[in-house]
Each structure stands twice: as structure tokens, then as C-alpha cells.
Design a protein around this ligand. Sequence first.
Ligand code: KG4
Ligand code: ZN
Length: 394
Amino acid sequence: MEEVAHQRIQASGLILGIESSCDETAAAVVRGGGEVLANVVASQIALHANYGGVVPELASREHLKNIVPVVRAALREAGVAFADLDAIAVTEGPGLAGALLVGITYAKALALGLNKPLIAVNHLEGHIHAVLIEARQKERMLEMPLLALVVSGGHTHLYLAEEAGGVWRYRNVGRTVDDAAGEAFDKVAKLLGLGYPGGPWMDALAKHGNAKAVEFRFQPIKIRGSHAEGESLAAQNFSFSGIKTAVLRYVQSHGMQQQVETRRAALTAALREKPALRAAEALELLPWLFDAQTLDLIASFQHAVVGNLLRQTWAATEAFGARGVVVSGGVAANSELRRRFAEEAERRGVPVAFPTLAMSTDNAAMIAAAAWPKFVAGEFSGDSLVATPQLLLG
Ligand code: KG4
Ligand code: ZN
């Protein structure tokens, strides 16, 4: 009897997820680890756009302002009350210390006040589960082990992920030694005078350029030490600061600075008028700002970055015998990345899964979903939970 009752609780378990690691304040209600009843995100993009990057102090202040209304909105949308919840899940790290602290403090107070268990979730594990819940909904079960590429503004990590008996294990088999891929997209967009965040601008503009115009090369990454494990790890590492410098040099050596400044000034003015202005619209309204040389440079940069992510990921898939590939994080929204990863998956007969666009950026449904196996296993956190900005996975 007890067993049956426990299973019923598990199947209908309602988890409130809370995410505040960077520049989105998010709350979601997920039933049984897979049914998303509400997924609310308050983005701070417009606020940070004025500075061309996330300002940590501003982010914390915005989280403080948004956390209560966002959680209330999620509960309202899901049609549930605080009392109906079975657990509260929150992002423990990695992320900005002050930003994480807002979500954690609120989640702790809520768990204590409601007398519900608190579950700590690694943000990167959340990104992996963003894909898994959707794959499960489509009844596309992925076989283990999985190779997961988490690629965002703060991360470019490869994990070998495996589930056995409801418990997930992760092994980090590659990471960036300097900039994250999303960071490189953002920095290059900034140095070309485009909008923020740069990834979506580069993606839209790259479609109009010649990707073969400029050749960018990636050097093998040297890592100190000759330990066997270290060597194999080095083969799957990433480095994106070199290509950013190469773009800067190209701009300087081809006398493109004047065009960049003209573009920056015109787009800053246009974005002030219309903060939601997208690249495709800007290209239509202000075509003279996007000369062929710039479009070619953007297309070549994106082609090179995506090619590098593709080669490293599939090399790791082969090296570790992974049976499926999962790509998540903000850069997983990139259209060339999706197309080329899908083509490679087809060619190799190893399936690749991406989250929908809404689930590729930071959200709390992925946090509640990643919390589910921990809820089932009774892996709860006490009030000693603290923000861990450098939290590792695996
Ligand atoms: O996962 P995310 O929302 O936040 C974290 O960094 O954790 O990722 C944001 C990053 C930014 O660097 C943004 O420029 C990039 O994802 N991004 C893209 C695209 N959409 C977002 N990069 C390339 N192509 C895109 N379509
Ligand atoms: Zn993220």
C-alpha cells in the first residue's frame, strides 16, 4: 500500500522551479518532471543592452524586484496554490553570486514557510534536462550514454551523461579554456557595432554573407600536464578568444572601423526608438549599414565557430561511444548550428536533440525538471544551501 501511495505522489509531484543565475528571473511549475504547467521568464535583456553586457549589481536588483511577481505569475498560470506544491527547486550555481543569492534566499524562505522540501539544482544540469523533457514529451527516448554540449554566454562544456535507476551521472569531458562560444558571438557583434545580445544578430545577418570569404583557423588547445586523462580531455577542449582577436585584426587591417562606428551610432539610435528591433528588420530598414564585406565576415565567423563546436562534439561522441547528442544553452538557438548538427547526426546515425527556442535560453522549467530525479530519490537540501558561483557538474 505504502509503495502504491508513494508512486502516486511521484507521478503527480508538483515542483516549483526558481532560476536567477544570470539575467533572467524565472519560475515554473512542472508536474512529474515532464509536464510543464507554467514557465514564466522576466528577461533583463533590455536593461543590460545599454551596457553591452550583464552588469551584476543591476541583475541582482532586478531579480529582487521580479522574483515575487514571477513566482506568483507561474502559480497563477499553472492554476495551483503554494499548498499544492510538493517541493521547491532552485539553481545553486554556476552563475553570478548576487543573482543566485536572490533565488536561493527566496526559495529557502518559501520551503521553510510552507514546510516543503528544498532541492538544489546545477544550472548546467538544468540545460541538459531542458532537452530531455521535450524529447520525452515527443516520446523520443534517447539511449545512454548521452553526449551533452551546453553552449551559452557563460559556458561551452561537453558532458558524458548517463542515467541508471533514476540517478543521473555526469562527467565533464571538454570545456572552454577562455571565452564561451556565446561570449565570442556577443563580443564580435559588439566590435562590429551590432545590437545586444549579439548571437541572434549574428545568426540573422550571417544568412546574407559568404561563409567562405574569410578563413578562420582553430589551433589545437595545449593543456599543461601529460596525464593520459588530461590528454584525452585536451582533445575536446575549446578556445574562442583567438577568433575574436582575429576578427578585430581583420576589421583594423581592412579599414572597416569607420563603417563600424557609423553602424554603431545608427543602430544605437534605432534601438533607442525601438528596443525590440531585430536584425532582420534592421537589415530591411537600414540596408546601407550592412555592407557585403561585413556580412561576409559575420558569415565566416559563425561558420568557423559552429564548425569547431561540431567537430569537437562529434569527436567526443565517437571517443566515448555516446548513443545520442543533446545540445542546449542560448547558442543552441543558432540556425546554422542546428542545421549542421542535424546533418551530421543523420550522416552518423546518432540522434541529436535540441530544446525548442523557448527552452534553449535560461528558464525555470529546466530547473524543476532536473530536480525531479532528486525529488524521487529524496535528495533534499537543508537551510545550509548557499550560492555557488563556480559550481561544477560531474
Ligand atoms: O543560455 P543563455 O540564455 O544564458 C547564459 O549565458 O547562461 O545564453 C545566452 C547566449 C548569449 O551569448 C547569446 O548571444 C547567445 O546565447 N545566443 C545565440 C543565439 N541566440 C542566443 N548565439 C548564436 N546564435 C543565436 N541564434
Ligand atoms: Zn544558461
